[in-house]
Design a protein around this ligand. Structure first.
Ligand SMILES: C[S@@+](CC[C@H](N)C(=O)[O-])C[C@H]1O[C@@H](n2cnc3c(N)ncnc32)[C@H](O)[C@@H]1O
Length: 209
């Protein structure tokens, strides 16, 4: 009897999914070529990293803000928690990525604005958000930008809310001086090698919470 060769998991992906992943990678590469510091990676994050980024989201617990949506890897994972799409706003400064996010997630608000001034455009009130999920390239940004992004995010976060950030380093991407000045603290959520490059996830929170 003739044995059929086993198909690998990658080959078993439906053809339409392979095509959309390939497009996602090409879009990301094009963004990196035109704006390397703003995009800061040649490939989108993996779904393993996305899973770590969203593990604290409670779908019944109100609004979530995502910063630096890119091609939507974290957006998909946030919606995968069961959060209603109208409770999610995604901030993305690159117009081509913003267009793609609107096409893929028509029920989600996409705010084409810099993350450091997001409170001017957000639909929710300050103090109403349970989490900020950040894909921003903090390692490519200066200290003033770190302070502006964290201040703006914690203006939107309610008591007990957290700012979740990944980084390609083992250490938090924000200095202790800035955290102390803003009265914030940080803990490591986890790490994954199933991402290129391997990544660590941190949760920033108000001191004493
Ligand atoms: C490293 S990519 C991450 C994309 C996606 N979250 C992922 O993990 O695959 C950083 C994203 O942040 C966006 N970005 C960079 N600076 C920004 C800013 N100041 N405000 C809003 N988005 C920004 C870039 O355009 C890019 O899409």
């Amino acid at each position: 009897m003739q044995h059929k060769p086993k198909r690998s998991r990658a080959l078993a992906l439906p053809r339409s999914e392979c095509r959309s992943r390939a497009t996602e990678y090409l879009d990301f590469l094009a963004a990196w070529v035109s704006k390397p510091r703003q995009t800061a990676s040649v490939v989108p994050s993996s779904r393993y990293l996305a899973r770590l980024m969203v593990e604290h989201i409670n779908p019944d617990d109100g609004r979530v803000l995502e910063l630096g949506g890119g091609t939507g890897v974290f957006t998909r994972a946030i919606l995968g928690t069961g959060l209603p799409p109208e409770k999610l706003e995604v901030v993305e400064i690159n117009p081509a990525f913003a267009r793609g996010l609107r096409r893929h997630f028509p029920q989600v608000s996409v705010l084409e604005t810099p993350a450091q001034i997001v409170s001017a455009s957000a639909a929710g009130e300050p103090g109403e958000y349970q989490a900020v999920i950040s894909g921003l390239p903090l390692l490519a940004m200066d200290r003033q930008m770190h302070a502006d992004i964290l201040s703006e995010s914690f203006r939107m976060l309610r008591p007990g809310g957290g700012f979740i950030q990944f980084t390609y380093s083992m250490r938090p991407p924000v200095s202790r001086e800035i955290l102390d000045a803003l009265d914030l603290d940080v803990v490591r959520v986890g790490q994954t090698v199933r991402n290129f490059p391997p990544a660590t996830v941190f949760r920033f929170f108000r001191k004493g919470e």
